[in-house]
Design a protein around this ligand. Structure first.
Ligand code: SF4
Length: 316
């Protein structure tokens, strides 16, 4: 591991200002992804700003009937919160489908949103990877691509975003709150938060340098059946080949977001509008621009079958 300096931040704005002073700074909270990446020098920050002491670890009701989830709320605590279990069951189900109990005890809400892809070539510094080293190529394009993305991809990168929680947050219309080094705050809809890879797959979201996530807010509950189905190669501690997060109302209308198929949680308004028309219709809209490899083409029928199972469960 490359040597680095370390400090503990005393306030969110001070953390962002500290990160702005040294360009190669990373915030650290749970560290469940960052420390692994530092050990293999895929991440090599010169400075770490520890944000664990900032007190951003509460879940509060908002004035409009929603919830404000502090950036440092641990995944275990978020999944177990009685309001989340009762009103946002999709989020609890997605959280407990992710990682392991030990990791969920450490991993934070903001860190979960910002975790890096699990593309094996990203983690292998002997392989070409435009996300790790811009301009070096993409070993996955001609390599092992069974777990890779089928929509939102580019010729530079076909990696998927690995989070389960983010898929549920996208279906729930979450908003990210941030603070910048000058103390200004902003709110970013999760729908606008992630960036597609295009020619710059190393830029994964719209955060400015040193901008710190302070909270994620959820709008007031929308009711309906909340179902999260995750299809993976083994029953636990594995990333999704395909996941479906759906909220389905008694009349069959609803909304759906996909995981495991794109560089971001994948949801479209056009697909939501077809929820009453069945899994085949919704899948054809969600995956209209699919660009598959011979190894991951199976994800198209897998999405349709998984969505059909979700819709059947909602009717049961
Ligand atoms: Fe790197 Fe993306 Fe290609 Fe994987 S898919 S090797 S992360 S550029």
């Amino acid at each position: 591991m490359k040597p680095f300096t370390y400090e503990r931040a005393t306030s969110p704005a001070q953390a962002a200002a500290a990160a702005a002073r040294e360009p190669r700074t990373k915030f650290i909270a749970g560290g469940t992804n960052l420390l692994d990446l530092m050990k293999i020098e895929v991440e090599a920050p010169d400075h770490l700003v520890d944000i664990n002491g900032l007190g951003l670890d509460s879940i509060e009701a908002t004035a409009d009937g929603g919830l404000r989830i502090g950036a440092l709320v641990r995944n275990t605590d978020l999944a177990a919160d009685s309001r989340v279990r009762r009103e946002y069951g999709l989020l609890t189900r997605a959280l407990v489908a992710g990682a392991s109990g030990q990791l969920r005890n450490k991993a934070t809400t903001a860190g979960n949103l910002l975790q890096r892809t699990r593309c094996p070539y990203f983690y292998d510094t002997h392989q070409a990877c435009n996300k790790r080293l811009p301009g070096s190529g993409c070993a996955a394009l001609g390599g092992f691509s069974r777990s890779h993305a089928i929509v939102g991809v580019s010729n530079a990168c076909i990696a998927v975003h690995p989070s389960d929680m983010a898929v549920a947050m996208r279906a729930l219309d979450a908003t990210v709150e941030t603070v910048q080094p000058d103390g200004k705050t902003r709110r970013i809809a999760l729908a606008e938060f992630y960036k597609l890879p295009g020619a710059t797959p190393h830029i994964e979201n719209v955060l400015a340098p040193a901008e710190l996530i302070t909270a994620v807010t959820l709008p007031r509950p929308v009711g309906g059946r909340h179902i999260y189905h995750k299809v993976r190669d083994r029953a636990s501690y594995a990333f999704a080949l395909v996941s479906v997060a759906a909220i389905i109302q008694p009349d069959g209308s609803g909304r759906v977001a996909l995981g495991g198929v794109a560089p971001m949680p994948w949801r479209t308004e056009a697909a939501d509008a077809r929820m009453g028309d069945g899994a085949k219709a919704v899948t054809s809209v969600l995956l209209a621009q699919a660009k598959t490899t011979p190894q991951n083409a199976m994800k198209v029928p897998l999405v349709e079958r998984t969505l059909a199972a979700v819709m059947a469960e909602a009717r049961s």
